[in-house]
Design a protein around this ligand. Structure first.
Ligand code: ACM
Ligand code: ZN
Length: 554
């Protein structure tokens, strides 16, 4: 055995620089809960070594394939698949020994149910026996494989390693928040499915688990509704787009694109394999010019309504007094539920001006009929109809924090965006909350002070350091009991000014790195200086994967 080692070391020394051995480094983002490393000893992983796993479980097999593919893609090292009962360098084993001990010790006592975060937990032990990965569920293997992927050394372009040295370590990990989201606005600009898959890959690399897909807007309707075929066909196309920030000058180019239901299903499956749920959003009753263009009878004035070529919020919204409005919404959201299995469905609810409702005889008659006092309550009435409709389909409704204004219906979830106050109020009322305040989570804002050095954006200033500093539980304003209602944080990428994939990733990264530590790590684990030392390895990985990012951080 010793001789083998000596021979291997000599071989390493003699091989040309094209083939090298380098060390893994567990300083990754988001930082795992506990990492205990002994850098004086290493396990050497070489091409041809095996990964042992239970091949009768297709979900485990898929995660093994991910790890195998990532190791080869990044280092050039090919690993072999091996049955679970064979000796191998890398081993996937289901179950934590500590769980069995706990069960024994607590015989007769009720064992507390594991949280969703505990279901995601994993442990990686690296010692002389190799790399042993343990998880309670297959999802834990995926998280562990991502951790190993991010720990790999990266050879220079066109080179590969013949071996990777893994310092001995014991890593145990699980996320802090159950909800770890990122939103992409595909309504102001349409992004191809391949870009969305990339977005999901990048989210998964950071341990995110909820992709909020903003699908409809004043500027375009992007979801195919089969029973209303003209809706996406016509509602997705605007005649032209304003240049810059509503300059009054237009580009004269027709712009459009929508997602067929088949494409949506393809993306749902792609995301699910990466443990990401897709929450679709149909923004209602405002931001509806895409739909009003096709169905002008659903507006208070009767139209005509163009698909908006400029940015901002239209005063024309769905008529709350027209019974056809609810029929339309239920048709659309019904098909949405058929396509998206998500427990959460987003119905928007933001920025819906009440001007037309104040003037509209149908809306005013509805107000009287329902015995309501103000127009905002008409929105609550629509929300309530949609919430019941969704609940009948086993879904929970999410709305932007405006949905609190007329009184939030029971079971609704608030997405707090106009600061944190909506979230605080909702948690105090015992509604579940997703925290995505503009102040910490709006990644459409500039990330550098010097705006001249960035592509044109909506404004604002949200540097990486500010994203990193976010604490979603607001401990000085919420009791421990109220904090339980905060599901987690989310970043939002609005795309009025983001028209191309390269630009979207530039806006996303590395701010997603920062939010991923807010989402994943406990406050006592967070450390911005440490984060900055870990970030360069992630950026090198983005280079290797060909993903764009902002090269400067503030
Ligand atoms: C929003 O940013 N209008 C939710
Ligand atoms: Zn009306």
């Amino acid at each position: 055995m010793k001789m083998k080692k000596i021979l291997f070391s000599m071989f390493l020394m003699l091989t040309p620089t094209l083939m090298m051995a380098e060390r893994a480094d567990y300083c990754i983002i988001p930082q795992p809960k506990s990492v205990q490393t002994d850098t004086t000893q290493v396990f050497v992983l070489r091409a041809g070594m095996g990964i042992a796993y239970d091949s009768s479980n297709p979900e485990i097999a898929r995660n093994v394939q991910f790890l195998r593919q990532w190791v080869e893609e990044l280092t050039g090292i090919k690993l072999q698949l091996t049955p679970a009962d064979k000796k191998a360098a890398v081993r996937f084993s289901i179950g934590f020994p500590a769980d069995k001990k706990n069960k024994k010790a607590k015989k007769g006592q009720k064992v507390p149910e594991l949280t969703e975060q505990q279901q995601e937990a994993y442990a990686i032990t690296i010692d002389k026996n190799g790399i042993n990965i343990q998880a309670r569920q297959p999802i834990g293997f995926f998280r562990a494989a991502q951790t190993l992927r991010k720990s790999l050394p990266l050879p220079a372009a066109d080179r590969s390693f013949i071996a990777v040295e893994f310092p001995y370590t014991k890593i145990t990990d699980e996320p802090r928040f159950v909800y770890r989201g990122a939103m992409l606005d595909c309504a102001r600009h349409y992004f191809p499915l391949e870009t969305l898959k990339r977005y999901i890959d990048v989210m998964a690399l950071h341990g995110c688990n909820q992709f909020h897909w903003h699908l409809t807007e004043d500027q375009g309707w992007r979801f195919e509704v089969k029973s209303l075929p003209e809706l996406a066909k016509q509602g997705s196309v605007r005649e032209e787009t304003v240049i810059g920030r509503n300059t009054g000058v237009y580009d004269g180019q027709r712009y459009g694109g929508y997602y067929t239901q088949a494409e949506c299903r393809e993306l749902v499956n792609y995301a699910a394999e990466r443990y990401i749920n897709i929450i679709p959003e149909i923004d209602l009753p405002g931001h509806m010019m895409g739909a009003l263009h096709v169905f002008p009878n659903l507006g208070c004035t009767g139209g005509p309504y163009p698909v908006w070529p400029q940015w901002g919020v239209s005063r024309d919204v769905l008529c709350a007094g027209n019974p056809e409005t609810l029929t339309f919404l239920k048709t659309v959201v019904g098909e949405l539920c058929d396509v998206f299995p998500s427990k959460f469905i987003h119905i928007g609810g933001d920025e819906s001006p009440r001007d037309r409702w104040k003037q509209c005889p149908k809306c005013q008659a509805k107000l009287k009929e329902l015995g309501l006092e103000k127009e905002s309550q008409l929105q609550t009435y629509i929300n309530h109809e949609m919430e019941v409709f969704l609940r009948e389909r086993g879904r929970d409704m999410i709305g932007w924090d405006e949905v609190l204004e007329g009184g939030l219906t029971e079971g609704g979830i608030v997405m707090s965006w106009r600061g944190i106050n909506g979230g605080i109020e909702a948690a105090k009322q015992h509604h579940r909350v997703i925290m995505s305040p503009t102040t910490f989570c709006y990644i459409d804002y500039y990330q550098l002070k010097d705006q001249g050095r960035q592509p044109l954006g909506i404004g604002g200033y949200l540097p990486v350091s500010k994203v990193y500093s976010f604490e979603p539980l607001i401990p000085d304003q919420l009791s421990e009991e109220e904090q339980q209602y905060i599901l987690g944080p989310q970043v939002n990428l609005w795309c009025e000014y983001v028209a191309y994939p390269q630009h979207a990733f530039y806006m996303l990264l590395p701010r997603l790195d920062a939010i991923s530590e807010v989402q994943w790590c406990r406050p006592d684990q967070k450390d911005y200086e440490g984060f900055k030392t870990r970030l360069p390895r992630m950026l090198k990985l983005y280079d290797k994967l060909g993903i764009n990012y902002c090269h400067q951080i503030e």
